[in-house]
Design a protein around this ligand. Structure first.
Ligand code: FAD
Length: 316
């Protein structure tokens, strides 16, 4: 059975849920091999085993974390050459998508982004992916080289399947070109205690309608155990950090429940949230475009509705 390489998405060994989702898909397609780059493997080991990694390739040399993504692409290209995998799966994050593009060039392969499902098919793999910012879902196949697939978080339910992975430390001769861009400092992520935006099962977002007061949005999010998102208007106004921006030029989310409060529903905002399973909007304008795509809409003032909703949730 061919290996399926899965680039582990983690922060210092804290494995993101997307990795479990990718390992679940990889088990359907072949023998899942996790590629763990960076520090923190001791913390990640149990999760990778629990979700069925048959093998783990460990690359903890500082060269992979000190130079943006190019060395990781070179490492994966080497592994692809060595193992001829059935596919390479990476998360649909900005960094991993860049790795995917570079890897595709190096290996003469095709890339499919934002997969929401992958299955074996005659003559290759059949990938279901969302296109036009989630407006349509299409089937796609890679016709050249090794299929390199970025998997959209929250699209595939992760299933456990315990394994005892073999471990192999790997490295590669990283080129001078790949070393050209050096990381000089990292900004510490703020610790809010809330789930991360891309992984959260529930996201509550605020827009210009908050007038800069995200208090009700955060309180409702906390009542639900949700992450907080923001429209670009709110971010551009300096009311919320860019890392929370949902949309075309922010992050793309697919939670079970997305609540848009004081957000009009511009196409660029939709691009980042319209694949959410259930969408709720609170807007005082009954004609706001966001109401065209919601499952439930509340016409009203978010400063009245959200505190009431938070109270109800807390009572139950
Ligand atoms: P508005 O459009 O001003 O809407 C505010 C809404 O709040 C209105 O519907 C109003 O009725 C309602 N409201 C006001 N007060 C209240 C209240 N008290 N209670 C309830 N409702 C209230 N936008 C993004 O979000 N993400 C992106 O990634 C993004 N990328 C972009 C990329 C490009 C190239 C461009 C050109 C634009 C992009 N935009 C993006 C911007 C986008 O076009 C919109 O301008 C933006 O989404 C509007 O944000 P908003 O809905 O918060 O504000």
């Amino acid at each position: 059975m061919s290996e399926v390489l899965v680039l582990v998405d983690h922060v210092d060994g804290d494995v993101r849920k997307t990795t479990a989702e990718m390992l679940t898909v990889a088990r359907r397609l072949g023998e899942p091999s996790a590629v763990f780059v960076g520090q923190g493997y001791a913390a990640a080991k149990e999760t990778l085993a629990r979700f069925g990694a048959a093998k783990v390739y460990l690359a903890d040399d500082a060269v992979y974390t000190d130079h943006l993504v190019a060395p990781v692409a070179e490492l994966l290209a080497d592994l692809v050459g060595r193992t001829s995998p059935a596919a390479v799966l990476v998360a649909s994050t900005n960094d991993a998508k860049e790795v995917a593009g570079r890897l595709a060039i190096k290996t003469g392969s095709g890339v499919i982004t934002d997969a929401v499902d992958v299955e074996g098919a005659d003559g290759g793999l059949r990938v279901t992916k969302s296109v036009f910012a989630g407006s349509y879902t299409v089937a796609a196949q890679v016709g050249t080289g090794t299929p390199i697939i970025t998997v959209k978080p929250n699209s595939i339910p992760a299933e456990e399947s315990a394994a005892t992975p073999a471990e192999e430390t790997v490295t590669t001769e990283v080129s001078e070109v790949a070393r050209a861009a050096r990381v000089t400092s990292r900004t510490a992520k703020e610790k809010s205690g809330r789930p991360s935006l891309t992984e959260a099962a529930i996201v509550v977002s605020g827009g210009r309608g908050t007038g800069g007061d995200f208090g009700p949005v955060e309180a409702f999010a906390d009542a639900l155990g949700a992450a907080v998102g923001a429209s670009r208007a709110a971010v551009d106004a300096g009311w919320y950090p860019h890392s929370h921006q949902v949309g075309q030029t922010g992050v793309s989310v697919s939670p079970q429940l997305y609540v848009a409060a004081g957000i009009s529903g511009a196409i660029q905002h939709r691009a980042g949230m319209q694949t959410s399973k259930t969408i709720v909007a609170v807007n005082k304008d009954a004609e706001a475009p966001i109401f065209e795509l919601v499952d439930f809409g509340v016409v009203g003032d978010l400063f009245t509705i959200l505190p009431q909703a938070a109270d109800k949730v807390q009572q139950n």
